[in-house]
Design a protein around this ligand. Sequence first.
Ligand code: MG
Ligand code: ZN
Length: 219
Amino acid sequence: MKRISIERNILEKNNESADFLRELLKKHNCFSINLMSSPGAGKTTLAERMIESLKSKYSIAVIDGDLDTTRDADRLASHGVNVIQINTNGACHLDADMVKKAIPDIGLDNLDLLIIENVGNLVCPASFDVGTNKNVVLLSTPEGDDKVKKYPTMFNVADVVLINKMDLAKFVEFDVSKVEREIKDVNSKAEIIQISAKNGEGIDKFIAVIERFIKKETQ
Ligand code: MG
Ligand code: ZN
């Protein structure tokens, strides 16, 4: 019983920090998304696609969560946007306080879009609100078509689910209609888009959704 109440306190405190962040970003008219998935599902490649598609129209910064390395952050920085690396020193998710500490290095004046690439993990990032407007969850076809019901919390908090690596679906016998059905079961509101971040399939559709969100959430 004691353990349960400690966990609740951690999450409540995190939610307070997340609400503070959301207000702060709103004041600066900055739209933000939280990218979540297993390791290797394609978050960094997707973020690179987003930067290339949107950087001529919007001022973009990225917060990159990683256990130890700057590999993803280096890739993202090569696209000419401001990237802040958070090394979690082994922690398996970002929390709102970590993001809060990174804000002074980002500078919110004139920032239109903040992309947060969470630590690769399909479990606890779903429970830690990091103060963004929208959650984008990637599921890649090589991970298998059984993941939605095994990790329902992640799919439940998603505003958009991207089924990535569609170019590999036929090789790994990924049943995309079953997966879409299961996503709708756990979250009827999530938008589902089939993409290949690598070859660009479906990216325009996703970018259109992001731009629609930006118009709705900012003036
Ligand atoms: Mg990555
Ligand atoms: Zn964790």
